[in-house]
Design a protein around this ligand. Structure first.
Ligand code: NIG
Ligand code: FE
Length: 417
Protein backbone atom coordinates (compact mmCIF):
# COMPACT_ATOMS: atom_id res chain seq x y z
CA UNK A 1 0.00 0.00 0.00
CA UNK A 2 1.18 3.54 -0.77
CA UNK A 3 0.01 6.20 1.65
CA UNK A 4 0.36 9.96 1.42
CA UNK A 5 -0.44 11.83 4.61
CA UNK A 6 -0.77 15.52 3.87
CA UNK A 7 -1.49 18.79 5.69
CA UNK A 8 0.01 17.36 8.89
CA UNK A 9 -0.19 20.12 11.50
CA UNK A 10 3.14 18.96 12.97
CA UNK A 11 5.28 15.94 12.16
CA UNK A 12 7.06 14.85 15.33
CA UNK A 13 10.49 13.27 15.92
CA UNK A 14 11.87 13.63 12.40
CA UNK A 15 15.46 12.67 11.64
CA UNK A 16 17.58 13.24 8.53
CA UNK A 17 20.63 11.71 10.19
CA UNK A 18 19.64 8.70 12.23
CA UNK A 19 20.78 8.52 15.86
CA UNK A 20 20.76 5.28 17.84
CA UNK A 21 19.61 7.05 21.05
CA UNK A 22 19.67 10.45 22.74
CA UNK A 23 21.34 11.25 26.06
CA UNK A 24 21.49 14.03 28.62
CA UNK A 25 20.76 17.48 27.23
CA UNK A 26 20.09 16.01 23.78
CA UNK A 27 16.96 14.50 25.27
CA UNK A 28 15.31 17.90 25.43
CA UNK A 29 15.60 18.33 21.67
CA UNK A 30 12.81 17.15 19.45
CA UNK A 31 12.86 17.90 15.72
CA UNK A 32 9.51 18.56 14.12
CA UNK A 33 8.12 19.95 10.86
CA UNK A 34 5.02 22.10 10.74
CA UNK A 35 2.55 21.82 7.85
CA UNK A 36 4.14 18.62 6.65
CA UNK A 37 3.61 15.60 4.43
CA UNK A 38 4.72 12.00 4.82
CA UNK A 39 4.87 9.44 2.03
CA UNK A 40 4.89 5.68 2.68
CA UNK A 41 5.74 2.98 0.16
CA UNK A 42 6.16 -0.77 0.64
CA UNK A 43 5.83 -0.54 4.38
CA UNK A 44 8.56 2.07 4.78
CA UNK A 45 8.86 5.82 5.11
CA UNK A 46 9.90 6.96 1.65
CA UNK A 47 9.94 10.76 2.15
CA UNK A 48 8.70 13.57 4.34
CA UNK A 49 8.99 17.34 4.41
CA UNK A 50 6.94 20.51 4.29
CA UNK A 51 3.84 20.82 2.12
CA UNK A 52 5.86 23.06 -0.20
CA UNK A 53 8.43 20.27 -0.55
CA UNK A 54 5.63 17.89 -1.48
CA UNK A 55 4.84 19.84 -4.60
CA UNK A 56 8.36 19.05 -5.83
CA UNK A 57 8.16 15.41 -4.83
CA UNK A 58 7.94 13.88 -8.32
CA UNK A 59 8.16 10.32 -6.96
CA UNK A 60 4.66 10.42 -5.49
CA UNK A 61 2.43 8.85 -8.16
CA UNK A 62 -0.83 10.69 -8.66
CA UNK A 63 -2.97 7.64 -9.09
CA UNK A 64 -5.58 5.56 -7.32
CA UNK A 65 -2.84 3.34 -6.00
CA UNK A 66 -2.04 5.99 -3.38
CA UNK A 67 -4.26 6.28 -0.33
CA UNK A 68 -4.36 9.96 0.55
CA UNK A 69 -5.06 10.96 4.15
CA UNK A 70 -5.72 14.59 4.98
CA UNK A 71 -4.37 15.19 8.50
CA UNK A 72 -5.46 18.80 8.84
CA UNK A 73 -5.28 19.86 12.49
CA UNK A 74 -3.66 16.54 13.44
CA UNK A 75 -0.14 15.45 14.24
CA UNK A 76 1.91 12.44 13.25
CA UNK A 77 4.24 10.69 15.69
CA UNK A 78 6.43 7.62 15.30
CA UNK A 79 4.69 4.75 17.11
CA UNK A 80 5.75 4.24 20.71
CA UNK A 81 8.36 1.56 21.47
CA UNK A 82 7.43 -0.22 24.72
CA UNK A 83 10.61 -2.08 25.66
CA UNK A 84 9.43 -3.90 28.81
CA UNK A 85 6.21 -5.88 29.26
CA UNK A 86 4.93 -9.18 30.62
CA UNK A 87 1.73 -9.10 28.61
CA UNK A 88 1.37 -12.83 28.13
CA UNK A 89 -0.35 -13.85 31.35
CA UNK A 90 -3.19 -16.20 32.26
CA UNK A 91 -5.38 -13.98 34.46
CA UNK A 92 -5.65 -10.61 36.16
CA UNK A 93 -4.77 -10.37 39.89
CA UNK A 94 -7.18 -7.81 41.30
CA UNK A 95 -7.86 -9.91 44.41
CA UNK A 96 -4.28 -9.67 45.71
CA UNK A 97 -4.40 -6.04 44.70
CA UNK A 98 -6.98 -5.64 47.45
CA UNK A 99 -4.44 -7.13 49.91
CA UNK A 100 -2.07 -4.50 48.64
CA UNK A 101 -4.59 -1.72 49.22
CA UNK A 102 -4.99 -3.03 52.75
CA UNK A 103 -1.29 -2.61 53.34
CA UNK A 104 0.61 -5.75 52.27
CA UNK A 105 3.79 -5.00 50.33
CA UNK A 106 4.77 -6.50 46.98
CA UNK A 107 7.40 -8.60 48.74
CA UNK A 108 4.94 -9.80 51.44
CA UNK A 109 2.44 -10.85 48.78
CA UNK A 110 5.23 -12.72 46.95
CA UNK A 111 6.32 -14.50 50.18
CA UNK A 112 2.77 -15.82 50.66
CA UNK A 113 2.93 -17.48 47.24
CA UNK A 114 0.98 -14.68 45.61
CA UNK A 115 2.38 -12.39 42.98
CA UNK A 116 4.45 -13.96 40.25
CA UNK A 117 3.94 -17.47 41.69
CA UNK A 118 0.17 -17.02 41.56
CA UNK A 119 0.41 -16.18 37.83
CA UNK A 120 2.86 -19.07 37.31
CA UNK A 121 0.47 -21.62 38.79
CA UNK A 122 -2.34 -20.49 36.52
CA UNK A 123 -0.08 -20.29 33.49
CA UNK A 124 1.11 -23.84 33.97
CA UNK A 125 -2.52 -24.96 33.59
CA UNK A 126 -3.29 -22.81 30.53
CA UNK A 127 -2.88 -24.01 26.95
CA UNK A 128 -0.89 -22.15 24.30
CA UNK A 129 -4.15 -21.41 22.47
CA UNK A 130 -5.71 -19.87 25.56
CA UNK A 131 -2.67 -17.72 26.26
CA UNK A 132 -2.69 -16.47 22.66
CA UNK A 133 -6.40 -15.74 22.90
CA UNK A 134 -5.83 -13.70 26.09
CA UNK A 135 -2.83 -11.81 24.71
CA UNK A 136 -4.22 -10.76 21.33
CA UNK A 137 -6.77 -8.22 22.68
CA UNK A 138 -4.02 -6.72 24.87
CA UNK A 139 -1.86 -6.25 21.77
CA UNK A 140 -4.81 -4.68 19.96
CA UNK A 141 -5.43 -2.33 22.86
CA UNK A 142 -1.85 -1.09 23.14
CA UNK A 143 -1.82 -0.56 19.37
CA UNK A 144 -4.85 1.69 19.71
CA UNK A 145 -2.90 3.77 22.23
CA UNK A 146 -0.07 4.19 19.72
CA UNK A 147 2.42 1.41 20.48
CA UNK A 148 4.13 0.00 17.40
CA UNK A 149 6.82 -2.20 18.96
CA UNK A 150 6.73 -4.19 22.16
CA UNK A 151 9.02 -6.48 24.09
CA UNK A 152 7.34 -9.40 25.88
CA UNK A 153 8.94 -11.52 28.59
CA UNK A 154 8.39 -15.08 29.71
CA UNK A 155 8.73 -15.61 33.46
CA UNK A 156 5.30 -16.88 34.49
CA UNK A 157 6.28 -20.42 33.53
CA UNK A 158 9.05 -21.21 36.02
CA UNK A 159 9.26 -24.83 34.84
CA UNK A 160 11.11 -25.96 31.72
CA UNK A 161 7.92 -26.84 29.85
CA UNK A 162 5.97 -23.76 30.89
CA UNK A 163 8.76 -21.33 30.08
CA UNK A 164 9.05 -22.91 26.64
CA UNK A 165 5.27 -22.73 26.28
CA UNK A 166 5.27 -19.01 27.06
CA UNK A 167 8.04 -18.30 24.59
CA UNK A 168 6.26 -20.31 21.89
CA UNK A 169 3.19 -18.18 22.54
CA UNK A 170 5.29 -15.04 22.06
CA UNK A 171 6.72 -16.50 18.82
CA UNK A 172 3.17 -17.13 17.59
CA UNK A 173 2.17 -13.56 18.52
CA UNK A 174 5.05 -12.30 16.37
CA UNK A 175 3.39 -14.06 13.43
CA UNK A 176 -0.17 -13.06 14.25
CA UNK A 177 0.30 -9.40 15.17
CA UNK A 178 1.37 -6.47 13.00
CA UNK A 179 3.37 -5.12 15.96
CA UNK A 180 7.14 -5.53 16.00
CA UNK A 181 7.69 -7.93 18.91
CA UNK A 182 10.87 -8.94 20.75
CA UNK A 183 10.93 -11.94 23.11
CA UNK A 184 12.84 -12.11 26.38
CA UNK A 185 13.50 -15.28 28.36
CA UNK A 186 12.91 -14.56 32.07
CA UNK A 187 13.16 -18.01 33.66
CA UNK A 188 14.75 -16.30 36.69
CA UNK A 189 11.70 -14.19 37.56
CA UNK A 190 10.86 -15.76 40.93
CA UNK A 191 11.96 -18.76 42.97
CA UNK A 192 9.28 -21.48 42.89
CA UNK A 193 8.17 -22.60 46.38
CA UNK A 194 9.67 -26.09 45.97
CA UNK A 195 13.10 -24.48 45.47
CA UNK A 196 12.95 -22.23 48.55
CA UNK A 197 16.15 -22.66 50.55
CA UNK A 198 17.97 -24.14 47.58
CA UNK A 199 17.82 -21.31 45.15
CA UNK A 200 21.05 -22.36 43.37
CA UNK A 201 19.32 -25.55 42.25
CA UNK A 202 16.68 -23.46 40.50
CA UNK A 203 19.40 -21.31 38.93
CA UNK A 204 21.03 -24.56 37.72
CA UNK A 205 17.72 -25.54 36.14
CA UNK A 206 17.54 -22.20 34.33
CA UNK A 207 21.11 -22.55 33.09
CA UNK A 208 21.34 -26.25 32.34
CA UNK A 209 17.86 -27.09 31.12
CA UNK A 210 15.86 -24.01 30.19
CA UNK A 211 18.51 -21.94 28.41
CA UNK A 212 19.72 -24.66 26.01
CA UNK A 213 16.12 -25.44 25.00
CA UNK A 214 15.29 -21.75 24.53
CA UNK A 215 18.41 -21.25 22.42
CA UNK A 216 17.92 -24.46 20.47
CA UNK A 217 14.42 -23.43 19.38
CA UNK A 218 15.56 -19.82 18.80
CA UNK A 219 12.78 -18.60 21.06
CA UNK A 220 14.34 -15.52 22.64
CA UNK A 221 16.02 -12.29 21.59
CA UNK A 222 17.14 -11.40 25.15
CA UNK A 223 17.75 -12.86 28.60
CA UNK A 224 16.36 -11.30 31.78
CA UNK A 225 16.84 -11.90 35.52
CA UNK A 226 14.95 -10.28 38.41
CA UNK A 227 18.09 -9.27 40.29
CA UNK A 228 16.80 -7.79 43.52
CA UNK A 229 16.40 -8.23 47.24
CA UNK A 230 14.38 -11.39 47.97
CA UNK A 231 14.64 -12.60 44.38
CA UNK A 232 17.88 -13.43 42.50
CA UNK A 233 21.30 -12.40 43.80
CA UNK A 234 24.13 -10.74 41.91
CA UNK A 235 25.94 -14.11 41.90
CA UNK A 236 22.89 -15.90 40.45
CA UNK A 237 22.56 -13.16 37.85
CA UNK A 238 26.24 -13.28 36.97
CA UNK A 239 26.04 -17.02 36.35
CA UNK A 240 22.87 -16.81 34.26
CA UNK A 241 24.11 -13.92 32.13
CA UNK A 242 27.46 -15.64 31.52
CA UNK A 243 25.67 -18.81 30.41
CA UNK A 244 23.31 -16.82 28.17
CA UNK A 245 26.24 -15.05 26.53
CA UNK A 246 27.41 -18.42 25.20
CA UNK A 247 24.11 -18.66 23.34
CA UNK A 248 24.41 -15.06 22.11
CA UNK A 249 21.53 -13.75 24.25
CA UNK A 250 22.10 -10.16 25.39
CA UNK A 251 20.69 -9.16 28.79
CA UNK A 252 17.86 -6.81 29.61
CA UNK A 253 17.45 -7.08 33.34
CA UNK A 254 15.17 -6.16 36.23
CA UNK A 255 17.42 -4.23 38.59
CA UNK A 256 17.34 -2.00 41.65
CA UNK A 257 13.57 -1.94 42.09
CA UNK A 258 13.57 -2.96 45.75
CA UNK A 259 17.09 -2.04 46.86
CA UNK A 260 20.61 -1.10 45.78
CA UNK A 261 20.86 -4.68 44.55
CA UNK A 262 24.00 -4.52 42.41
CA UNK A 263 21.77 -5.39 39.47
CA UNK A 264 22.82 -2.35 37.48
CA UNK A 265 26.51 -3.19 37.90
CA UNK A 266 26.16 -6.84 36.95
CA UNK A 267 23.99 -5.92 33.97
CA UNK A 268 26.50 -3.40 32.66
CA UNK A 269 29.32 -5.90 33.25
CA UNK A 270 27.57 -8.28 30.85
CA UNK A 271 26.84 -5.58 28.26
CA UNK A 272 23.11 -5.40 28.99
CA UNK A 273 21.03 -3.72 26.33
CA UNK A 274 19.00 -2.23 29.17
CA UNK A 275 18.60 -2.26 32.94
CA UNK A 276 15.04 -1.65 34.06
CA UNK A 277 13.11 -0.27 37.08
CA UNK A 278 16.01 1.58 38.81
CA UNK A 279 14.15 3.05 41.79
CA UNK A 280 17.38 2.61 43.77
CA UNK A 281 19.94 4.39 41.62
CA UNK A 282 22.70 6.38 43.32
CA UNK A 283 25.89 8.15 42.25
CA UNK A 284 27.78 4.92 41.85
CA UNK A 285 25.14 3.35 39.61
CA UNK A 286 24.97 6.51 37.50
CA UNK A 287 28.74 6.43 37.03
CA UNK A 288 28.67 2.80 35.92
CA UNK A 289 25.89 3.55 33.44
CA UNK A 290 27.67 6.59 32.03
CA UNK A 291 30.52 4.38 30.87
CA UNK A 292 28.29 1.89 29.11
CA UNK A 293 26.04 1.28 26.11
CA UNK A 294 23.27 0.12 28.47
CA UNK A 295 19.96 1.98 28.31
CA UNK A 296 18.45 2.82 31.72
CA UNK A 297 14.71 2.12 31.57
CA UNK A 298 12.24 3.50 34.10
CA UNK A 299 8.79 1.93 34.57
CA UNK A 300 6.52 4.64 35.99
CA UNK A 301 3.44 2.38 35.92
CA UNK A 302 4.92 -0.08 38.42
CA UNK A 303 6.16 2.63 40.80
CA UNK A 304 2.76 4.34 40.61
CA UNK A 305 0.73 1.17 41.11
CA UNK A 306 2.88 -0.17 43.96
CA UNK A 307 3.33 3.26 45.57
CA UNK A 308 7.10 2.97 45.49
CA UNK A 309 9.81 5.57 45.58
CA UNK A 310 10.45 7.06 42.18
CA UNK A 311 13.61 6.44 40.19
CA UNK A 312 15.75 9.61 40.08
CA UNK A 313 15.02 10.28 36.42
CA UNK A 314 15.88 13.98 36.50
CA UNK A 315 19.22 13.31 38.18
CA UNK A 316 20.05 10.66 35.61
CA UNK A 317 19.33 12.84 32.59
CA UNK A 318 21.12 15.81 34.17
CA UNK A 319 24.16 13.57 34.67
CA UNK A 320 24.20 12.95 30.93
CA UNK A 321 22.49 9.56 30.75
CA UNK A 322 19.95 8.48 28.16
CA UNK A 323 16.61 7.31 29.52
CA UNK A 324 13.81 5.15 28.16
CA UNK A 325 10.37 4.62 29.66
CA UNK A 326 8.27 1.49 29.34
CA UNK A 327 4.90 0.27 30.60
CA UNK A 328 5.91 -2.99 32.39
CA UNK A 329 2.39 -4.16 31.41
CA UNK A 330 1.75 -7.12 33.76
CA UNK A 331 -1.03 -8.33 36.09
CA UNK A 332 0.84 -7.71 39.35
CA UNK A 333 2.53 -4.35 39.30
CA UNK A 334 1.30 -2.48 36.24
CA UNK A 335 -1.93 -3.72 34.68
CA UNK A 336 -1.89 -1.25 31.79
CA UNK A 337 0.10 -0.93 28.58
CA UNK A 338 -1.06 2.62 27.85
CA UNK A 339 2.12 4.45 26.87
CA UNK A 340 0.32 7.81 26.70
CA UNK A 341 -0.29 7.49 30.43
CA UNK A 342 3.38 6.57 30.93
CA UNK A 343 4.31 9.75 29.05
CA UNK A 344 2.03 11.82 31.29
CA UNK A 345 3.52 10.27 34.40
CA UNK A 346 6.99 11.03 33.10
CA UNK A 347 6.10 14.70 33.25
CA UNK A 348 3.86 14.72 36.31
CA UNK A 349 5.85 12.46 38.64
CA UNK A 350 9.38 12.45 37.19
CA UNK A 351 9.59 16.06 35.94
CA UNK A 352 10.58 15.17 32.40
CA UNK A 353 9.75 17.79 29.80
CA UNK A 354 7.42 16.69 26.98
CA UNK A 355 10.44 16.50 24.63
CA UNK A 356 12.38 14.28 27.04
CA UNK A 357 9.37 12.06 27.57
CA UNK A 358 8.70 11.67 23.85
CA UNK A 359 12.36 10.79 23.21
CA UNK A 360 12.18 8.29 26.07
CA UNK A 361 9.26 6.36 24.55
CA UNK A 362 10.32 6.57 20.90
CA UNK A 363 13.99 6.45 19.94
CA UNK A 364 15.35 5.45 23.36
CA UNK A 365 12.63 2.83 23.78
CA UNK A 366 13.63 1.48 20.38
CA UNK A 367 17.28 1.30 21.46
CA UNK A 368 16.31 -0.53 24.67
CA UNK A 369 14.90 -3.34 22.52
CA UNK A 370 17.46 -3.12 19.71
CA UNK A 371 15.12 -1.90 16.99
CA UNK A 372 16.45 1.66 16.70
CA UNK A 373 17.66 1.12 13.14
CA UNK A 374 14.09 0.31 12.08
CA UNK A 375 11.85 2.24 14.46
CA UNK A 376 11.64 5.07 16.98
CA UNK A 377 11.68 8.09 14.65
CA UNK A 378 10.34 9.45 11.38
CA UNK A 379 13.31 8.81 9.09
CA UNK A 380 13.57 7.80 5.44
CA UNK A 381 13.92 4.02 5.13
CA UNK A 382 12.57 3.21 8.57
CA UNK A 383 9.53 0.98 8.99
CA UNK A 384 6.30 2.97 8.66
CA UNK A 385 5.02 2.41 12.21
CA UNK A 386 3.38 5.65 13.23
CA UNK A 387 0.11 7.20 14.27
CA UNK A 388 -2.04 10.18 13.41
CA UNK A 389 -3.52 11.97 16.41
CA UNK A 390 -6.96 13.42 16.86
CA UNK A 391 -7.00 17.20 16.44
CA UNK A 392 -4.69 18.47 19.21
CA UNK A 393 -3.41 22.00 19.82
CA UNK A 394 0.28 21.25 20.47
CA UNK A 395 2.49 18.19 20.95
CA UNK A 396 2.86 19.20 24.61
CA UNK A 397 -0.84 18.36 24.87
CA UNK A 398 0.14 14.67 24.55
CA UNK A 399 1.55 14.35 28.10
CA UNK A 400 -0.63 17.12 29.51
CA UNK A 401 -3.99 15.60 28.67
CA UNK A 402 -3.58 12.45 30.71
CA UNK A 403 -6.03 9.59 30.71
CA UNK A 404 -7.71 9.83 27.34
CA UNK A 405 -6.65 8.47 24.00
CA UNK A 406 -5.28 11.12 21.65
CA UNK A 407 -4.47 8.59 18.89
CA UNK A 408 -6.90 8.37 15.98
CA UNK A 409 -5.28 6.29 13.21
CA UNK A 410 -2.44 3.80 13.55
CA UNK A 411 -0.24 2.71 10.65
CA UNK A 412 1.92 -0.39 11.13
CA UNK A 413 4.26 -1.74 8.43
CA UNK A 414 2.72 0.83 6.09
CA UNK A 415 -0.84 -0.47 6.59
CA UNK A 416 -3.67 1.42 8.25
CA UNK A 417 -4.87 -0.70 11.21
O1 NIG B 1 8.43 -5.88 36.42
N1 NIG B 1 9.59 -6.90 39.16
C1 NIG B 1 9.36 -8.01 38.70
N2 NIG B 1 8.44 -8.39 37.82
C2 NIG B 1 7.34 -7.68 37.38
C3 NIG B 1 6.14 -7.97 38.16
C4 NIG B 1 5.49 -9.15 37.70
C5 NIG B 1 4.30 -9.54 38.52
O2 NIG B 1 4.09 -9.07 39.65
O3 NIG B 1 3.57 -10.36 37.99
C6 NIG B 1 7.65 -6.21 37.28
O4 NIG B 1 7.12 -5.38 38.03
FE1 FE C 1 8.93 -6.18 34.68
Amino acid sequence: MKILIKNIKQLIQVERIKKPKVSGRQMSMLDTIKNAFLYIEEGRIREFGTMQDMEKAFFIPLSDSVKVIDAKGKMVFPAWCDSHTHLVYPASREIEYIDKIKGLSYEEIAKRGGGILNSAQKLQEASEEELIRFALPRLKEITEYGTGAVEIKSGYGLTVESEIKMLRVIRRLKELSPLTIKATFLGAHSIPIEYRGRQETYVDLVIDEMLPRVADEGLADFIDVFCDRGFFTVEDTDRILAAAAKFGLPPKIHANELDYSGGIQVGVKHGARSVDHLEFTGEEEIKVLLNSGTMPVILPGAAFFLGMVHAPARKMIDAGLPLALASDFNPGSSPSGNMQFILSMASIAYKLTPEEGINAITINGAYAMDVEKELGSIAVGKKANLFITKEIPTYEYMPYSYGDNKVETVVLNGEVQ
